[in-house]
Design a protein around this ligand. Structure first.
Ligand code: ZN
Length: 165
């Protein structure tokens, strides 16, 4: 019997640094004002990277780092919207669509709460789902460890896919 749903989990983290080492802080496809940003080959969008890996994981496909290697000059400074769109396309080609996404962003500063509805709106367009099917939770690191000391952003994401037909 073919299952009608599949679940995937994704994780990503990026070290945060002051410019010029750290680029602009981008999360969920949105530029977020902050003095530090990710050290990364692409735009370092940990939220979209985790969600993309969750989609690819649910499909049982190669992960983000394998499909879009960080030593490939094509992805230097690339917008991570492209990676998620590509994963959604792969899902559609295999007969799957996104049901919902639930993600937790661990970031000491800035607080994500004021960007929550804009993030849901933007990501819902990339995922082809209504905004209430994209949940983003922000957590601080309670001042502990690299997240708590503002040196890292970490994201955990879960995605449910369901069969189109
Ligand atoms: Zn990443």
């Amino acid at each position: 019997m073919n299952p009608s749903i599949r679940v995937g989990h994704g994780y990503d983290c990026h070290r945060l640094a002051l410019p010029p080492e750290g680029g602009p802080l981008v999360l969920g496809g949105l530029r977020i004002e902050h003095d530090m940003g990710p050290v990364a080959h692409s735009d370092g969008d940990a939220l979209l990277h985790a969600v993309t890996d969750a989609v690819l994981g649910a499909l049982g496909l190669d992960d983000l780092g394998t499909q879009f290697p960080d030593n490939d000059p094509r992805w230097h400074g690339a917008s991570s919207d492209h990676f998620l769109k590509e994963a959604i396309l792969q899902a559609q080609n295999l007969g799957w669509t996104v049901g919902n996404v639930d993600a937790t962003v661990l970031l000491e500063r800035p607080r994500l709460i004021k960007h929550r509805s804009a993030l849901r709106e933007h990501m819902s367009k990339l995922l082809h789902v209504p905004p209430d099917s994209v949940n983003i939770k922000g957590k601080s690191g309670e001042g502990l460890g690299p997240v708590g000391q503002g040196q890292m952003v970490e994201v955990h994401a879960t995605v449910l896919l369901h069969r189109i037909s």
